[in-house]
Unconditional design. Structure first.
Lengths: 113, 113
């Protein structure tokens, strides 16, 4: 399983764009990159997943360079409600199979007024 | 059901007592995970089921911990002879086969006095 490294914490202000980078130097060919968001007192929530290049949904964008050794979660124009812990996971989805999905410590994002 | 349901939400017990935590996954989700989360840390993998088969229990801390999913739906995590160090939030998650997208329940907070 590829190990991930991400900053422990980040601070931002309302209205700014926030980019959280995750390093996964040992990513395997079949691995996908998945990001989760966890608010205080709640379980983690899936926000975005990608394999290469760029993925965008209504919540965030995920940028993955060609070598796939890192990825960047981009949150446009954050608000106070985006204050949360963000986790980066790397694993290969297996049809009918199993993934031991390992969460690290995550990045604690604090958005200030 | 519409989401992953866990019960009880809160459990306070005395050291040495046994506890059983229940997880009712999303209908049709074949994969079920148990995690444990200490305050300020990421979820720690405990065990995984594919249908009724427990395919990985490598994260269970010791033999006081066990889990079952006899009919491939509801799962029970049992902790025998609880100790204070077992105090944590226990989270269950389910997913469709072949995806890294987990849906977490609200968790069961266990406090061992």
């Amino acid at each position: 399983l590829a190990k991930t490294t991400q900053p422990i914490s980040m601070d931002s202000y309302e209205g700014q764009e926030v980019n959280i980078t995750c390093s996964h130097n040992n990513i395997a060919t079949n691995d996908y990159i998945t990001w989760y968001q966890q608010f205080p007192s709640q379980g983690p929530r899936f926000i975005i997943q990608g394999y290469k290049t760029k993925v965008t949904n209504e919540v965030a964008s995920l940028f993955i360079p060609a070598d796939r050794k890192s990825s960047t979660l981009s949150l446009p124009r954050v608000s106070l409600s985006d204050t949360a812990v963000y986790y980066c996971l790397v694993a290969a989805p297996l049809s009918g199979g199993y993934n031991k999905l390992i969460f690290g410590a995550g990045t604690r994002l604090a958005v200030h007024p | 059901g519409a989401g992953v349901s866990q019960s009880p939400r809160y459990k306070v017990t005395k050291r040495g007592q046994d506890v059983a935590l229940r997880c009712d996954p999303i209908s049709g989700h074949v994969s079920l995970y148990w995690y444990r989360q200490a305050l300020g840390q990421g979820p720690e993998f405990l065990t995984y089921f594919n249908y009724e088969a427990q395919q990985d229990k490598s994260g269970l801390p010791n033999d006081r911990f066990s889990a079952e999913r006899p009919e491939g739906s509801i799962s029970t995590l049992t902790i025998q002879r609880t100790e204070q160090r077992d105090s944590a939030m226990y989270r269950c998650a389910s997913s469709s086969s072949g995806a890294n997208v987990l849906t977490f329940g609200a968790g069961s907070r266990l406090t061992v006095l």
